[in-house]
Write a protein that binds this ligand. Structure first.
Ligand code: TZP
Ligand code: MG
Length: 223
């Protein structure tokens, strides 16, 4: 891509099918092993989210990011960095994902250019409109269900915002997040999400490969 050309939204949509998010605090086995297995099961995009109590910082964070990015590259899975724009630039990551308390997408777009993926967490119609105006490539909408993976999660909102956005004709790629499992993924897809994003369903599964494969079969058939 060159100039102001944006990433094709159908391409972004296809990447969101099984969106795996993980940092070292989310798994009790080496993160690299979990990621390898998850990708073997069918993860379509990965977000490095190194935060929360006990999260790595500094050189240890950078080393883990590099290791996980290497695994993603070897399998052609895009590598997205949560929050940390400097890390994303240092690693030439495929994109960043930010929340409402982070740098606005408009600033990120200026810093990253047009060929990187920018995702924004949005919880209200106003936040959705702003993120789209700012040039987000996709939105994360949630928490759909109760989650124990994020200390400062907003109130659970079910699938209603996703449904309302689609009813209004808003077509930006959307991934649902928060408490999504194999058995409750279908309503999220039926509401109009292009894919589902999970931490614990894959990161704490006894078989990350099987968990990812089951999510993939839901998402590809119903998404
Ligand atoms: N943002 C909203 S909910 C959430 C994030 C990062 C955590 C999702 O984790 P899980 O384990 O899939 O509920
Ligand atoms: Mg954030």
């Amino acid at each position: 891509l060159s100039g102001d050309e944006r990433l094709d939204s159908e391409y972004v949509r296809s990447l969101l099918k099984v969106y795996f998010i993980m940092g070292s605090v989310n798994c009790r086995r080496p993160a690299a092993e979990v990621l390898e297995e998850a990708i073997a099961g069918g993860v379509t995009i990965f977000q490095f989210r190194e935060k929360g109590t006990g999260a790595l910082t500094g050189a240890a964070k950078l080393d883990l990011a590099r290791e996980l990015q290497g695994i993603c590259r070897a399998h052609g899975v895009p590598f997205i960095v949560n929050d940390d724009i400097d890390l994303a630039i240092a690693l030439d990551a495929d994109g960043v994902h930010v929340g409402q308390d982070d740098e606005p997408a408009r600033i990120l777009r200026e810093q990253l250019g047009s060929d990187k993926i920018i995702g924004v967490s949005a919880h209200t119609p106003e936040e959705v409109r702003q993120a789209i105006a700012d040039g987000a490539d996709y939105l994360g909408i949630g928490p759909v269900y109760p989650t124990s993976s994020k200390d400062d999660a907003r109130p659970v909102q079910g699938t209603v915002l996703i449904e309302n956005l689609r009813r209004e004709g808003i077509s930006i790629p959307i991934v649902g997040i928060g408490g999504i499992t194999v058995s409750n993924a279908s309503p999220v897809l039926a509401a109009g999400a292009d894919g589902i994003s999970v931490i614990s369903t894959i990161a704490s599964a006894s078989s990350p490969r099987l968990a990812a494969a089951e999510l993939a079969s839901r998402s590809v058939e119903e998404g």
